[in-house]
Design a protein around this ligand. Structure first.
Ligand SMILES: *Cc1c(COP(=O)(O)O)cnc(C)c1O
Length: 646
């Protein structure tokens, strides 16, 4: 006998994609663990209740920095195990690519844990470099600079070298080399950065970012350009600066075969460059380690057909083989994994606000009488006599009658009341047909479509564009799970609609072990009870790619530490207010408040409002400046910033 909790674990696939961090406790609440196999845990429902008491309502982004540390350890362990197993002579270091999520709390936690293994940072722009330069890193860790660089960028890199950082300027274009050589001439005192070359590999990755690799890639030097860099450095007597070779064939690499091929090619290039008497000793294999968002362990776009250990084994083994074959020393392997380190640590929790009805039930019962148009009485008869034997035929008849109903309405032959009756009867027939169809052994496609049409639409208090932009832009799947009631079997099928006024603001694809689910199993909404859903594994890219559609700003944020007693809320950061969101579109506070007051004054002058009413109205409007941009949960008014402790 499986228990209800075992059943829900399976329904939502928690053990498949959870990587040991997520589970359900005996109360039926979703919990987070600080590491796989750790007995400590935090109850997400308790955290939400706690936050609500402090005036922090949904949506809230919960950050668990311990999960970043746990991922760092997992990655490091996998590589050190492979290095031992294959007797690899070099070492492994990571540089976290800041573009994945630049949030300071995350980067600091990464550096804190990573400092034990000399893990460093990767920056791809002047702003990222600017932030990275002020952070503390260990003496041996690297600060790798990728992306297109102008003279200013390179000057900033030199400043980093002068304060003692091991800065690596990765040459993506020949013009960057000219800037480097010029600045190096002027800048003899203090440290000189290391140089790297980004190579354009012939090998491509797999999955959505396949275009990042291959000959037509946006980044990297061609073979001739690479030889030119070496020639110019030799000519300038600076060849000793060139110590790193870099490639990156894309993010979320789903297929291990493609990764192996790229490693083979890159290791061969590395060996050939070494044999040209270049003092190269660092091989940067880029990022791309995938996160298994759906838990299917396949080469599907939202999954990966390998584990961290398998990835490490293939990288280490392949590079060793090629280097041994070419008789060159094993390089230090630099890895730029971002998604793998950041994805698990953040989750968004929000409430289902309401249901959007396709079929409005229980408004007024339908009564059919002799005065009704024939199309209505016929739909009524279908409803009365549909059975498990005739449901297919009757469903088809109902579709036809509905067509007829709208045609007659457009011709002015059917009243609004009769149209309403006809619609209700039609959906009644559909519900019956759906029920009978689901009892059948084989459900044909048309009844699958009907199921989707009939499923509940849960109006959910968030913006797809702000919080899970990759679902909208790339069809990326994220696990979605209620954080409570998990000891009760879900009874509804639903899709989620967000609160933007954009028809793209929906989630109608969900993770599944074998397929992509079109509807999600959820519980029925109970009036007066808050129903919370968690969107998981949103720590990589979602925050930085999220946009301001409809001026929904950043959700509230809370940083949680898990200890022996449960959880500790370390920090609460309030989400964007109405005022901040409007100001971002250049509506200054004074402009708005003056504008509204001008309208009030006119009404007072016209005698439509009293002075007191006018003042009250102005005060009301101005007080809303500090309100949260999202809906208030179950009618509880959003409290303004001034009245809370944070
Ligand atoms: C984006 C990027 C990464 C990070 O890739 P992940 O898939 O997040 O690991 C690493 N290196 C470079 C050069 C990148 O552009």
């Amino acid at each position: 006998m499986t228990t209800a909790i075992e059943q829900t674990l399976e329904t939502y696939g928690i053990e498949n994609w959870g990587a040991g961090y997520f589970d359900v406790n005996r109360k039926g609440n979703l919990i987070v663990r600080p590491a796989e196999g750790d007995s400590r845990s935090a109850d997400l429902k308790e955290i939400m209740d706690d936050l609500a008491r402090r005036g922090i309502g949904a949506p809230v982004l919960l950050r668990f920095p311990q999960l970043v540390a746990a991922q760092v350890r997992k990655l490091q362990r996998a590589f050190s195990r492979s290095i031992r197993e294959f007797e690899y002579q070099g070492s492994h270091m990571c540089v976290y690519p800041m573009k994945v999520n630049q949030q300071r709390s995350l980067v600091e936690e990464y550096l804190r844990e990573g400092s034990r293994y000399d893990f460093g940072l990767e920056a791809g722009s002047k702003a990222e470099l600017y932030a990275a330069l002020a952070l503390e890193q260990t003496a041996d860790s690297l600060l790798v600079l990728n992306g297109f660089k102008d003279e200013e960028f390179i000057e900033l890199a030199f400043a980093g070298a002068r304060v003692g950082k091991r800065v690596v300027i990765v040459i993506e274009k020949l013009s960057e080399l000219d800037h480097v050589l010029n600045i190096a001439e002027r800048n003899e005192s203090g440290g000189i950065p290391i140089l790297g070359m980004r190579v354009k590999l012939y090998s491509k990755g797999s999955g959505r970012w396949e275009k990042s690799g291959g000959e037509a890639a946006k980044f990297g030097l061609t073979t001739t350009e690479m030889l030119e860099v070496i020639r110019r450095l030799e000519q300038a007597d600076r060849i000793d600066m060139l110590r790193l070779l870099h490639f990156h064939i894309g993010s979320q690499l789903t297929d291990i075969k493609r990764i192996k091929n790229a490693m083979k090619e890159a290791a061969r290039v590395y060996a050939k460059v070494y044999q040209m008497k270049v003092p190269i000793d660092l091989l940067d294999v880029g990022g791309g380690m995938a996160v298994d968002y759906d838990g299917s362990k396949t080469a599907f776009d939202s999954s990966a057909n390998y584990s961290a250990q398998e990835f490490a084994n293939d990288v280490i083994y392949t590079i060793k083989q090629v280097c041994d074959d070419e008789n060159v020393p094993h390089p230090t392997i630099i890895q730029e994994s971002g998604r793998f380190l950041a994805a698990y640590h953040a989750l968004l929790i929000t409430n289902v606000q309401d249901e959007i009805e396709t079929v409005v039930e229980d408004i007024t019962p339908i009564e059919i009488d002799d005065d009704d148009p024939q199309v209505v009485t016929e739909l009524g008869e279908l409803r009365e006599s549909i059975t498990v034997k005739n449901y297919r035929e009757y469903y088809h008849d109902a579709l036809e009658h509905r067509e007829e109903l709208f045609t007659l309405f457009n011709l002015g032959l059917v009243s609004l009341e009769d149209r309403a009756k006809g619609e209700v009867l039609f959906w009644d027939v559909c519900e019956h047909a759906d029920k009978y169809a689901q009892q059948a052994k084989y459900v044909s496609e048309e009844f699958d479509d009907l199921r989707r049409l009939l499923c509940a639409k849960y109006l959910t208090n968030f913006s797809v564009f702000r919080s899970v932009p990759d679902h909208w832009a790339l069809d990326q799947l994220f696990p979605i799970v209620p954080i409570h009631y998990l000891n009760k079997p879900p009874t509804e099928y639903a899709t989620l609609c967000d609160i933007t006024c954009d028809s793209d603001g929906v989630i109608d694809k969900f993770v599944d072990l074998h397929d992509v689910k079109q509807v999600l199993e959820l519980h029925a909404l109970v009036p007066g009870e808050t129903y919370y859903l968690a969107f998981l594994l949103v720590g990589a890219y979602q925050e930085v790619m999220g946009n301001n559609h409809n001026l929904f700003g950043m959700p509230h944020e809370a940083h949680i530490y898990i200890d022996d007693e449960g959880y500790l809320i370390k920090k609460v950061i309030r989400g964007t207010t109405v005022g901040e969101a409007t100001e971002r579109a250049r509506y200054e506070r004074s402009l708005l408040h003056d504008g509204f007051r001008r309208l009030i004054n006119q009404r007072v002058k016209d005698g439509e409002l009293s002075e007191a009413e006018g003042a009250e109205l102005a005060q009301f409007y101005e007080s809303r400046y500090d309100a949260y941009t999202y809906l208030s949960v179950n009618g509880a008014k959003t409290r303004s910033r001034r009245h809370t402790d944070y």
